[in-house]
Design a protein. Structure first.
Length: 454
């Protein structure tokens, strides 16, 4: 069934500020151990559960995966934990023995699993990009605030020393107020499959429950091009390059400048259909200015698939290349290049030759979530912050899906002018593009719908 627009309208009165934190965070059975259930046991799921499980106060009570071949590493590291295939059965059977849930599914199942957990009062750690649609991102934030649970998004570089140092430099005014930002990643939206139509059907492996893998999405035939990893290329399941990396690369931009919700967005790309994401794209956002930005608005440009900003914008030496991914902050007094998982550099070199970088340490992203849940507190990457960040990412994907302008990667020229989508955050809709509003949410299969938080 289709999700009603009511979900956006009822959220308006609850506010949009990323700083909103519930006054009381619920704790459950936290006298000695945080009892954690995991949905997704291998890949990034194993990475997350390994990190969370290294905390001395964590006890795993359930591992869930639709693929029975994906329990091996989790069982070897944390033996004796019961297995489940359906997260709904796990939640029902374990019930009060679960305090918190790790969500490490493909993107299209983040919100169904996470919202179900929060409705039951469970703390939630959910992988980026938090949710699959704009509407879901908003609902994730609202349900977290209503339930009063401790939440965290799995964009772990938020806690890395490089991103923490980069945001500190901007907030300290080292490059002056920020005029504009350019962010990029070398990954393409369909580099893994190179397919532009649904792949040929194949027999479903005995170890895979295909119905549960499809979950909230429209049913389609199984193909190895979807599971276990290449689902990111497909619009029904993932968010392409922007969905994959936007909540990483744009995170320090949001933290450093204090931006939250875009005013408008436009996109151009290499060409797109209704199946996969484009090979390369440019998405241009405009955000309301803050006390850390130079004007009334802050322009932010996203690029992927090998596109990068002009080298000259960085004021860096000609023999120094821009990194393969990261952000370029252009300030009134200088620039900062912050690589994706790399230490920041300040330019021009002569201006900052004698500058001493402040001492700062990284944090353990996963342990911060556990500690906050145990203490009844929130994290700096809770859904109150991560929701608007992920919402902005998915607004970019809406613009990309509607883009009619194509971009020449050599000349940088557009085939025709880009359409500017005006975003009304309070109403949760585009003021000038009803065709874009249709892409803010999606149809859900019975049994996997995400309820509106009203």
């Amino acid at each position: 069934m289709a999700i009603a627009r009511r979900g956006f309208l009822t959220s308006a009165g609850l506010g949009l500020a990323a700083a909103v934190v519930p006054g009381v965070v619920r704790g459950r059975n936290l006298a000695s151990k945080l009892q954690v259930a995991c949905v997704g046991a291998d890949g990034m799921g194993f990475s997350d559960l390994s990190q969370v499980g290294s905390h001395p106060s964590v006890q795993f009570v359930g591992f869930c995966d639709i693929d029975t071949n994906r329990f091996g590493r989790a069982d070897e590291t944390f033996p004796g934990v019961p297995h489940f295939r359906d997260y709904r059965e796990m939640f029902a059977q374990l019930d009060e023995s679960v305090d918190a849930v790790l969500v490490d599914t493909p993107d299209h199942m983040h919100a169904p699993v996470a919202v179900a957990a929060m409705q039951q009062g469970k703390h939630v750690y959910c992988q980026k990009p938090l949710a699959h649609t704009v509407w879901e991102c908003r609902q994730m934030r609202l349900w977290a605030e209503k339930a009063g649970v401790t939440t965290q998004m799995g964009n772990q570089i938020h806690s890395h020393v490089a991103y923490r140092l980069g945001t500190r430099l901007v907030r300290d005014g080292v490059i002056g107020k920020v005029r504009e930002v350019h962010s990029w990643i070398g990954v393409t939206g369909n580099q893994r499959t190179r397919l532009f139509a649904a792949p040929p059907a194949a027999p479903v492996p005995a170890n895979v429950d295909w119905n549960l893998w499809i979950g909230a999405a429209a049913m389609r035939a199984y193909a190895p091009a979807y599971h276990p990893f290449t689902w990111r290329d497909w619009q029904d399941f993932g968010g392409g390059a922007l969905g994959d990396f936007g909540c990483h690369v744009l995170d320090p931009v949001f933290t450093a400048t204090g931006i939250s919700t875009p005013l408008r967005v436009q996109a151009a790309n290499s060409g797109i259909n209704s199946q996969v994401w484009p090979t390369y794209e440019t998405v241009r956002y405009e955000f309301a200015g803050t006390e850390l930005t130079a004007g009334d608005t802050l322009p932010l440009t996203w690029m992927d698939g090998g596109l990068k900003p002009a080298h000259s914008l960085a004021q860096m030496p000609g023999d120094v290349d821009l990194p393969g991914g990261g952000s370029l902050f252009i300030g009134e007094e200088g620039t900062m290049v912050l690589p994706h998982v790399g230490m920041p550099s300040l330019y021009p070199l002569e201006k900052y030759a004698g500058f001493a970088m402040p001492e700062i340490e990284g944090r353990n992203h996963w342990h911060d979530w556990v500690d906050a849940a145990m203490a009844g507190e929130q994290t700096t990457d809770s859904f109150s912050y991560a929701g608007p960040l992920a919402e902005a990412v998915q607004l970019g994907n809406v613009a990309t899906r509607l883009a009619v302008a194509t971009l020449n990667p050599v000349s940088g020229q557009l085939s025709e002018p880009q359409t500017v989508l005006e975003w009304d955050a309070e109403a949760g809709e585009f003021a000038n593009a009803p065709e874009a509003n249709a892409l803010l949410t999606k149809e859900y299969r019975d049994g996997f719908a995400v309820p509106a938080c009203g």
